[in-house]
Design a protein around this ligand. Sequence first.
Ligand SMILES: *Cc1c(COP(=O)(O)O)cnc(C)c1O
Length: 404
Amino acid sequence: MSSPSQTHDAEPIPPGARDAIDELLRTGDLFRYRDSRDAPVALLEREFADLIGSRHALALSSCSAALFLSLRALDLPPGARVLIPGFTFSAVPSAVVNAGCVPVLCETGEDYRIDLADFEARLDGVQAVIVSHMRGHTSDMDAIMALCDARALPVVEDAAHSLGTRWGQRNIGTIGRIGCFSFQSYKMVNAGEGGMLVTDDADLLARAVIMSGAYERNWEQHRSPRDDNSQDLERAFLRWQNRLPLSNVRMSNLSAAVIRPQLAEVPHRVRMGLANHDRLAARLRTNRHFSIPAALGPERRAPDSIQFNLVGLDDATASGFVAAARSRGIEVGIFGAGTDNARVFWNWKFLSELPELPRTRAMLMRACDLRLPVWRSTAEIDAIAGALLAAMDEATRESGTVQG
Ligand SMILES: *Cc1c(COP(=O)(O)O)cnc(C)c1O
């Protein structure tokens, strides 16, 4: 085993991408709207919508762009308050701010999911909700949709890390009004950069398509012959024609060519990711200082990383564990340690008001993050488990100050 935890290992690109890329290089047709016949981006949109079970899909330059366009597509008034979880990637509060809205943060529990009591308590005065399934941990979508539907609040799902995750009979990303996915390198499908917005709502799609940069009549290429609602869609496009500012966050055909052959691999990657995650979790659970939150009942996860909480350790012992793991070649990070982690709400100093979330803070000071690329072998997973357990033994033996 070369190195047990290269946190930045990405998924390799299937060889099938090469022919499509060669063809694009030969023709030079890199712009999605250059050739109206079956551009790779348009094909990807159709394939992704079919895979996920949504009516429409719009390919974009990133999930951040998808989140921003979601809020713009919802036509929220300037200064609208948007509820987001206190534990998410900084892309989420950033999208809210960039859309001219105001993020309202709610608590997340030790299981990394939205704290429903706090969520409900903060819903008054909010005009939209972004549920971020952080690191692929699904919040209780039944409860969230019931609370939001009762108030007619639109829900956007940040499913950046949830491609392949199921909630009951549905795919995560298709439960709210809009779902947003990422193809950045450290997600389940790797295009370097890329995003996807999915929705069943023709009006939202039309607004998002135009604002993504479908200037003039380029939106005509979004009317798929297989779309049973193409009339709805055409009416929506005509309604918004020339009425919306553009942000030009389109996907290039090159990215689509890299992504398309990976979609067929998603079920396999999900199986491997889950097996690796559960194997490592079972080993870590043999030591009482590790706590790995279980999946929720309706949730079938698609993990490409593992998160666990350090239990009964004081600060010095917790950093001792991180150092002992590093000396064994495993880069584990405690989210809240250090000054720059983009997933830590108190580092979002671009917010005009930095709230305090005591539960989320306590979780972030003990929650560890370890990337677990899905193609790791069982031998590598066992080596990682052995190294983490040995690191915990070393840290707790050396410190006389273990709590509990
Ligand atoms: C990666 C990620 C994003 C942002 O995705 P990009 O495609 O890099 O913009 C947003 N939310 C979460 C939870 C993520 O993990």
